[in-house]
Design a protein around this ligand. Structure first.
Ligand code: HOZ
Length: 426
């Protein structure tokens, strides 16, 4: 038994780190209580500082598609680390991972590595502006694309969780170039393009929104995005930081059959290490320095240890039946939650796309931001804590998608559903 506790660690952390955390949603502010301080993870589980274990549906917010500490990933990281942690010079493993990504997602004719999803989206936007010579961008309310200034306007994730979706510190002069529209509202999008289409540099969208809970893009909405961007010379950016390698081996773009001009990845492509990617059309990517005039750089970009983790993870996903089993397990979980919701008489519903899932305290899964906001957050918070007490760790916010890994087995799903049944007794 450890001599420390989550409470003690949280108190100590708050004495040195704002809110006690390195990223806001982790602080449990929305759900109340004390975050679990994690000491280790293995497969589908994490253990906290008090020695308690949890079935984990956060999975580091998505990256760990093969579960915690998969032996093949750990082995690849150890091997790479023994040769040196960083060189700031090109390495062959960068090419290998880039080729693996392009094979899976051919729209990335050229791609570049960053150290986070935020850097990837920020760089993709600068590139789109440099390529088109335009300033204005369109994003959708509740979609979160990292914390770059021009994207923290009516954003999702922690920004939404804590009620300041448009962050302080973003100059009005910057925010004014961001036009925010309703996700899945095709008519509003068409109107915006009719009004000012020739000034729009880019539209950025999470094709499967995962930062306002899970809200899949409607196929006709995504098709309209493609059509309107092409008609007006705007760059269509799919932010697949969450959906990449999660909803389909080729990302949401393969699932929906829509090819964006640029794509951003993160999470799974780094296998749990800090990696982001932006890439796409060769002519657009040719504008990036040193080939072109749009500047973008990073000391740790393409870090060899991170590349090794990403490559090992992508190799695991290529195993026969990997996605079929993972998607079936996710479906089993959400079908089970829907059945429990119906039996309990609570307005609980669930949905999934591939290995991402949403859990909603509303009669049916929301398709719009306003419907997400109408769901019962008080009930979610109570449910969250009852699940946690029973050893199931969901994301500590009603606005985050959940994730499954290949390590979640039928016993984990059954235990989760049993816990959900108990959590809904009143
Ligand atoms: N904003 C990410 C989740 N949507 C990451 C949160 C975290 O790492 O705390």
């Amino acid at each position: 038994m450890s001599s420390t506790s989550n409470e003690l660690l949280f108190e100590r952390a708050q004495g040195v780190i704002p809110g006690g955390v390195s990223s806001p949603v982790r602080a449990f502010n929305a759900v109340g209580g004390t975050p679990r301080f994690i000491t280790r993870g293995k497969g589908a589980r994490v253990w906290d500082a008090e020695g308690r274990s949890y079935i984990d549906y956060v999975l580091s917010w998505g990256p760990l598609i093969a579960g915690h500490a998969h032996p093949a990933v750990i082995e690849a990281v150890e091997r790479a680390a023994r040769d040196g942690l960083s060189f700031g010079m090109p390495t062959e493993i960068e090419i290998e991972l880039a080729e693996a990504i392009r094979t899976a997602v051919p729209s990335l004719e050229r791609l570049r590595f960053t150290s986070s999803g935020t850097e990837a989206t920020m760089s993709a936007l600068r590139l789109a502006r440099g390529f088109t010579g335009r300033s204005r961008i369109i994003k959708f309310e509740g979609c979160y694309h990292g914390h770059a200034d021009s994207l923290l306007v009516k954003a999702g994730s922690g920004a939404l969780t804590f009620g300041n979706p448009s962050s302080a510190g973003v100059p009005a002069e910057v925010a004014q170039h961001t036009l925010v529209l309703d996700f899945n509202d095709t008519q509003q999008l068409a109107d915006a393009f009719a009004r000012e289409g020739d000034h729009i540099a880019a539209v950025i969208v999470e094709p499967v929104a995962g930062n306002m809970n899970l809200v899949p893009g409607h196929p006709e909405f995504l098709a309209a995005l493609r059509r309107l961007c092409s008609a007006h010379g705007a760059v269509l950016i799919f932010d697949e930081v969450m959906s990449g390698f999660r909803v389909h081996p080729g990302g949401a773009q393969a699932l929906y059959g829509i090819t964006p001009d640029l794509t951003t990845f993160g999470k799974v492509v780094g296998g749990g290490m800090p990696v982001g990617v932006f890439g796409g059309r060769r002519d657009i990517m040719a504008c990036i320095a040193p080939q072109g005039p749009v500047y973008q750089a990073g000391t740790l970009s393409g870090n060899p240890v991170a590349m090794a983790a990403g490559l090992a993870t992508l190799k695991l996903t290529r195993a026969v039946g990997f996605y079929e089993r993972l998607f079936a397990a996710t479906r089993e979980l959400t079908d089970g939650l829907n059945a429990i919701g119906a039996q309990s008489g609570h307005a609980l519903s669930a949905a999934c796309v591939g290995s991402m899932f949403g859990l909603y305290f509303s009669a049916r899964p929301p398709g719009r931001f306003s419907e997400v906001m109408a769901a019962d957050r008080v009930r979610f918070n109570r449910f969250f804590h009852r699940m946690l007490e029973q050893g199931v760790h969901l994301a500590p916010s009603a606005f985050e998608a959940g994730f499954l890994s290949s390590a979640h087995d039928p016993a984990d799903i059954a235990a989760t559903l049993a816990a959900a049944k108990t959590a809904l007794v009143d």
